[in-house]
Design a protein around this ligand. Structure first.
Ligand code: ADP
Ligand code: MG
Length: 480
């Protein structure tokens, strides 16, 4: 029997807001335990929730980004359960009337090779709703500790239809969600900080059939590799059970990343176990058409749309756009530099190869970058004028990135202008270049002014871009 996997994801992302979903308590990370709380978060008697408008707007923006229908009337429900991470013993969420329904997320599947574009697919969404996060428990040997700083933080829960067919597709889905939400400033989706967490639902069925098998849910996976491993292992586990004539139970399992396997946790709870009922302290919310239209107009370009546009408009290859476009700051940087100097290919190369190597894994954050698009454009322009060798431009980029100097200042300090320190006699280089470019010499002497550029270029190359272009020009002219 040949089996096919069916996977659906429930992704929780922490929304970028200053305060919590239903109180003015601030959202902060890495703070002293229980510092970022207030009576509402702690569920103290008499404290009442107040809806955070920004959390609603961010959820709607997520819905618009993924082409969901936005509810005109939405409301909140209580999901009741008893556990020490929830001081109120219920979580405010949306069950009956979520903010967003339907829609789809565009994903790119892995290509046949790293530098070849993979197939794109639409993964349908069931809904996106707004809810609050719970606190964090830490278990010691004798005691457990509760930190409510995270409690009440606004989360968007993004629920897919069971459209995914493998661990690789699930990973592609998570990357796409992260890319879209961070581009739009909806969430940073930093999985290490728990800003994006995922429950996976897995079932299998005989290939070629379209009914759904019994699903198993695995909770709170907090890295893309954990999601991949958990799905792969679960598919194998279920196949083994079915092949040996066993039966799969609908259950919730806990993934143990260290052991690379999952353990049964509990039989799946049904909605009635939570006794959902409408949150009596929050009124239903009516959303104005005008607000939704305005939020839609203000959305940034979607990353895959931008990638298609950059490929078309600037004739860039997939290898470059696939580096630039997943990061909005990188793509913005690219387009700002191209506005200043039009050599798109060279600018994209310098960003994708050299700038990115400097920035490293921390990623590019426009605000704290000490190199401006203008600086980068200036370097490429200098190369294009034959004043700087490519290698020298790369060295300068690295220098400027670390020092925060302007290109001219760095050239002087590093002697890339100056007298070509350490690279022999500049005059000798000029003579050498003239000897090797007899034709340019003849043309220049015959009155063709532009022929000097070939000679300048040759000298710059010999000096690895370190010679001062003004001096080279003057020297060549006197020798000629
Ligand atoms: P619950 O709220 O009880 O977790 P939902 O019906 O909302 O359940 O579904 C949760 C997730 O499980 C969704 O992403 C959905 O696509 C997925 N799912 C539902 N049925 C299956 C199935 N048979 N196999 C795999 N995934 C499934
Ligand atoms: Mg669930």
């Amino acid at each position: 029997m040949d089996y096919e996997a069916v996977v659906g994801l429930e992704v929780h992302v922490q929304l970028k807001t200053r305060s919590k979903a239903f109180s003015r308590s601030r959202c902060s990370y890495g703070e002293e335990p229980n510092g970022a709380t207030d009576p509402v978060v702690l569920g103290l008697p008499g404290a009442l929730p107040v809806l955070n408008g920004e959390a609603v707007r961010q959820t709607i923006r997520a819905g618009l980004l993924f082409h969901c229908r936005i509810a005109r009337t939405t409301s909140w429900d209580r999901k009741n359960y008893f556990y020490p991470d929830s001081p109120k013993n219920y979580q405010i969420t949306q069950q009956a009337r979520p903010l967003c329904t339907g829609g789809a997320v565009e994903i790119e599947l892995p290509g046949p090779a790293r530098n070849v574009q993979g197939e794109h697919r639409q993964i349908r969404l069931n809904r996106i709703h707004l809810e609050e996060d719970v606190g964090k428990l830490t278990h010691g040997d004798e005691h457990s500790f509760v930190d409510f700083n995270r409690a009440g933080t606004p989360l968007a829960e993004i629920v897919t239809e069971p459209d995914l067919r493998s661990a690789a597709e699930a990973a592609a889905f998570l990357s796409s969600v992260r890319m879209h939400l961070s581009a739009a400033g909806i969430s940073s989706c930093d999985m290490e900080k728990g800003q994006m967490r995922c429950d996976v639902n897995v079932s299998i069925r005989s290939r070629g059939t379209d009914g759904l098998g019994t699903r198993v849910e695995m909770k709170n996976l907090n890295s893309i590799s954990a999601v991949r491993n958990a799905i792969d292992r679960e598919i194998l586990r279920q196949e083994q059970i079915l092949r040996t004539g066993g039966e799969i139970f609908q259950e919730t399992r806990r993934w143990d990343a260290a052991r690379n396997c999952s353990d049964g946790m509990r039989r799946k709870e049904a909605a009635r176990d939570y006794c959902y009922f409408p949150e009596p302290d929050l009124l239903p919310l009516h959303l104005a058409e005008e607000l939704i239209r305005k939020l839609e107009e203000e959305l940034p370009e979607r990353p895959f749309d931008r990638q298609r546009r950059l490929q078309e408009q600037y004739q860039l290859p997939y290898t470059l756009t696939s580096v630039l476009c997943p990061s909005r700051p990188l793509a913005d940087f690219f387009e700002a530099a191209v506005q200043i100097h039009g050599n798109a290919r060279a600018i994209a190369n310098l960003i994708a190869n050299d700038l990115l190597r400097e920035v490293g894994a921390s990623g590019l954050h426009g605000e704290d970058l000490r190199l401006s698009p203008g600086d980068l454009a200036e370097l490429v322009a200098a190369v294009d004028r034959g004043e700087l060798a490519k290698q020298a431009a790369q060295d300068l980029l690295s220098a400027i990135y670390h020092s925060g100097e302007r290109p001219r200042e760095a050239m002087q300090r590093l002697g890339i202008g100056g007298n070509g320190t350490g690279h022999g006699d500049l005059e000798a280089l000029c003579r050498e270049a003239m000897g090797e470019n007899a034709r340019a010499v003849a043309e220049f002497r015959g009155g063709k002014e532009a022929a000097i550029n070939a000679l300048k270029g040759a000298v710059m190359k010999k000096s690895s871009g370190r010679a001062d272009p003004v001096r080279v020009d003057a020297l060549l002219r006197s020798l000629l």
